[in-house]
Design a protein around this ligand. Structure first.
Ligand code: ADP
Ligand code: MG
Length: 685
């Protein structure tokens, strides 16, 4: 079988499983093989029950003692029992597995592997995986992958099918040119794919990973170069005139732009006055005030009689930007029409928006991916902005560009990457940096504490709410599934409600909710109707509710530092003092050290650098820098050297063969085209 075969050609995949894979964005065997683990675990040798300790993950070789009893707890069945080996006994439970009573044989020894917790004074093995003894010995020979789970995928489903895929694929297409492979000493593709899923040891894993990171960067950089080449030819018909109104607009803002904002605005204004299309990246830490710069560019575009569009990654953000722009335009008495276009609007609303865009009634258009749908026809799109760039792919950026006739483009990002790397990653863009926060900002006050501090934190939240402020609470994360996560956040919200006075409105937000529901909640929060917002993982990027002053993060140890920094950036966006309370459930020196970095600094660049130092290049799969440049496997910071190598390789390839016409580059070319067309071009979460 070939790598490119559809997923259902794998043995054992029926229509139902196929559906699950398709939903999770894994339509082919190739996609499955490139669905990389987020970490690995070694199967421990079984330990005597008497030696088990709370909080550890352990395996025991034991028999069931007595029979299993299933009870309903909350709204799912819990099966309870007792395990015995020569050294002692331990209680055990499973969730949602009432059938175990029929499948586990009494008197037979199994390996049970799971987390040891404490229930009352007794130890409990929680929801352990169950193995036959021989099977477990097999597993101990390799490191076992831990996969990121999305939408119905389970660990077992992935493991099983990846194994089948690896075993039944007989031709892995080696598409890297030989020269490149040998110059950079890169492992072969078949080997790399085997070892990335089931590595024999860390060394083999390292080799495999290096190859896959290299190829990911290489493909990305090739696609960026395509944009660059286009740009160089672009003469734009949208050469603009400077307008006096921009000055008035600035005067009416109610605050003075920072020096950095003024400098960046000048660069943009100069660009748009040229007859070549602007292609510029605006980098600025969270809260540095990028939005207002984008609005000025949109205003200048409207005043020149053209259309400007801003694409953002989420509904919530689109609505928020839309409303603030409408408000600003009304306040200034501008006649320009602003149109919103998002996926969850009704067919009728969308139709109206399409008409406004096509007729030219819309001067400013704000929206999500909906902006690049086929149906949308722009009358004269002269400026295309993407906000929170790291959430979009090169392809999406390109699609927005293609909606116009060489429009000016502006890309906004809060990703704190050093200039040397930014130049490589955004090779097609000029770079502006807003390296200054508004002067009225008080630095956020941080504290890093353990769970015993919770009651105090709740009192603090209460006080802030009494002062008229609002609060975000990021809820503990749950690995098992989205459904359990949703349940968990609801439970947590209930507890929090009980801990806070009745009149405080506490509402929860989670991934299982419908977009409409989420929008409503975010709107209510922005309007101040909701005081405490409890949310699962990430409160939408870029959300701006300046009245929120407290960010409390549970299980802070599970987040990447960059992500924590982004979360923290949701507070301290106004004149009031902002607070960030990071609560860690697990103990440990590294955890403390990592969080301490955030405690010390509010500067995204500094944090990213320190995080890297602490993790060191040996740390293959630390917590990823999620929320930033999200490659599937590469990490811009940690793999900076590989990024530079890949960049050098791309330079060599394109110097020798700019159009990729040589025979030896044909496979590479095909792969690169496929990359641009697929969603792998997305630096998405
Ligand atoms: P980000 O750069 O993270 O996108 P925003 O553009 O959302 O940040 O700005 C954050 C907040 O700061 C907004 O409420 C905005 O109105 C405000 N703001 C922007 N520039 C300034 C400034 N120069 N002085 C004071 N407040 C500002
Ligand atoms: Mg923003």
């Amino acid at each position: 079988m070939k790598e490119t075969a559809p997923i259902e050609t794998l043995k054992g995949i029926g229509p139902k499983t196929k559906e699950i894979f398709l939903k999770a964005g894994i339509p082919t065997v190739e996609e499955l093989l490139h669905y990389y683990p987020r970490g690995y675990e070694r199967m421990e040798s079984p330990a005597p029950i008497a030696a088990l300790r709370e909080e550890e993950t352990a395996a025991v070789c034991a028999k069931l003692e007595g029979s299993l009893i299933t009870r309903r707890a909350k709204n799912f069945p819990v099966t309870i029992g007792m395990l015995r080996d020569e050294s002692g006994t331990i209680a055990v439970n499973w969730y949602r597995m009432p059938f175990l009573a029929n499948t586990l044989q009494n008197g037979k020894k199994y390996i049970f592997r799971g987390k040891v917790t404490k229930k009352g004074r007794q130890l409990l093995l929680m929801h352990p995986a169950i193995f036959e003894e021989e099977k477990y010995e097999e597993l101990q020979k390799e490191m076992q992958p831990i996969y990121p789970l999305v939408q119905g995928l389970t660990e077992n489903l992935l493991k099983k099918n990846v194994k089948v895929a690896l075993e039944s694929t007989d031709s892995f297409l080696e598409w890297l040119p030989k020269e490149i492979q040998s110059r950079y000493q890169l492992a072969e593709i078949g080997y790399a794919l085997h070892q990335i899923h089931f590595p024999k040891n860390e060394y083999e894993l390292h080799l495999a990973r290096r190859r896959l990171v290299f190829e990911e960067f290489l493909l990305f950089l090739l696609s960026v170069r395509r944009l660059k080449k286009k740009k160089e030819k672009e003469i734009t018909i949208y050469q603009m005139k400077e307008t006096k109104e921009i000055e008035n607009f600035q005067k009416n803002l109610g605050y003075e732009l920072t020096g950095a904002q003024k400098k960046v605005w000048k660069e943009i204004e100069e660009d748009m006055k040229k007859n070549t299309a602007m292609a510029r990246l605006v980098q600025g830490d969270v809260g540095s005030g990028k939005t207002v710069i984008a609005v000025m560019a949109l205003l200048m575009t409207a005043q020149n009689g053209y259309q400007g569009a801003m694409m953002v990654p989420t509904e919530v953000l689109a609505r928020q930007h839309y409303e603030s722009i409408v408000r600003l335009f009304e306040k200034n008495g501008y006649p320009y029409h602003v149109t919103l276009l998002t996926g969850t609007m009704t067919a009728k609303e969308k139709k109206a928006a399409y008409e406004e865009i096509e007729s030219g009634k819309a001067s400013v258009i704000i929206g999500t991916h909906a902006l690049i749908q086929e149906k949308v026809v722009y009358r004269n799109l002269a400026l295309a902005i993407t906000d929170e760039q790291h959430r979009f792919g090169v392809k999406q950026r390109e699609e927005l560009l293609e909606k116009g006739n060489y429009p000016h483009t502006l890309v906004m990002s809060a990703t704190p990457i050093p200039r040397t790397l930014a130049v490589i990653l955004y090779g097609d863009l000029d770079i502006s940096v807003i390296d200054e926060l508004p002067s009225d900002r008080l630095p956020i006050k941080n504290c890093v504490v353990d769970t015993t501090y919770r009651p105090k934190a709740y009192r603090f939240i209460e006080k802030e709410v009494e002062r008229g402020h609002q609060v975000y609470v990021i809820c503990p994360m749950v690995e098992e599934s989205e459904a359990i996560e949703a349940e968990n956040v609801m439970d947590y919200t209930e507890q929090l409600k009980k801990a806070l006075p009745l009149e405080i409105s506490v509402v929860c937000l989670h991934g299982k909710m419908k977009a409409k529901e989420k929008n409503k909640i975010m709107e209510d929060f922005a309007a101040g109707v909701i005081q405490v917002l409890v949310s699962t993982t990430v409160v939408e990027v870029g959300v701006n509710v300046p009245n929120a002053t407290v960010m409390m993060i549970e299980n802070a140890e599970r987040f990447g530092l960059a992500q924590l920094h982004q979360l923290r950036g949701r507070v301290g966006r106004g004149k009031d003092q902002g607070y960030c309370i990071m609560i860690h459930a697990a103990q440990g020196e590294t955890i403390k050290k990592r969080l301490e970095i955030l405690n010390q600094s509010n500067d995204g660049f500094y944090i990213a650098g320190q995080d890297l130092k602490l993790r060191g290049p040996g740390d293959l799969f630390g917590i990823r820098q999620s929320g930033m440049m999200e490659f599937k496997i590469g990490d811009v910071f940690q793999d900076a050297k590989i990024l530079q190598d890949a960049n050098e390789a791309v330079n060599q390839i394109l110097t020798e063969d700019p159009e990729l016409i040589l025979e030896k580059h044909q496979k590479l070319k095909k792969k690169a085209e496929h990359y641009v067309m697929s969603d792998s071009g997305t630096l998405n979460l």
